[in-house]
Design a protein around this ligand. Sequence first.
Ligand SMILES: Nc1ncnc2c1ncn2[C@@H]1O[C@H](COP(=O)(O)OP(=O)(O)O)[C@@H](O)[C@H]1O
Ligand SMILES: [Mg+2]
Length: 252
Amino acid sequence: MTTIAVAGKGGTGKTTIASLAVRYLIGKGEGPVLVVDADPNSNMGQTLGIEVPITVGSMREQGFAGDRDIPGGMTKDQFVEYKMQEALAEGEGFDLLTMGRPEGAGCYCFANNLIRRFMDELAADYRHVIMDNEAGLEHLSRRTTRTTDVLLVVSDAGMRGLTAAARVLELADEMKLDVGRRMFVLNRATPETAAALQPEIERLELPLVATLPEDPGLFEVEVAGRSLLDLPGGSPFVSAAASLFDMIFAAQ
Ligand SMILES: Nc1ncnc2c1ncn2[C@@H]1O[C@H](COP(=O)(O)OP(=O)(O)O)[C@@H](O)[C@H]1O
Ligand SMILES: [Mg+2]
């Protein structure tokens, strides 16, 4: 089983790349995949084309605040597990767990506590786990998740994205996250922009493993409100992403 966490500045392509990784794995017969949408600004339900019943964060508002809400005959753990199952959106070849919005003041205490306690059990039912994170790595804190095999940091072809990527990698070190490999991906780059950014990528010591081009097809799929699972294959972007995933999953 491979656990991949995608991180980086907002708008750089994390959710897109995470969604394509799901599609890649399903296409290779490597399902079922557990997808964890841990970025309150993302919507993997949309990119994967499924309805999200409830988010983990909203479970508290759904009348699940304390022990008194637990039905008779159930232990607290059994009840929480039951609720977590309820929050899983089922797709073909994957299930999606959506963390949802923070509980005020950026606190994910409740959702994180649940994930901390039940993630390992939940993940055991899947072949791979793909987690779409916010830049702060909030959900990746050492206690929340199991080993992350690959921390995939994404940037667009811009200086702010690169700086944010370097910061994410620093943060992962500071938090002493249990990470197997760190990988950096430059998204929406042309050979020219990639070459121009090369010195900065080296200066920041970003572990560049792939450069992905702009894909006009992404915009079309998005405006049409379709899922990224329907993105036509064969574009240079989809091919480059597939080579990246070949490398990631072959090495596991
Ligand atoms: N290689 C690409 N070519 C064209 N558009 C892209 C590419 N990567 C991402 N996008 C677009 O950029 C926007 C932000 O991407 P998204 O994956 O949501 O970023 P993030 O999850 O990092 O915030 C989306 O509209 C997406 O379709
Ligand atoms: Mg996103």
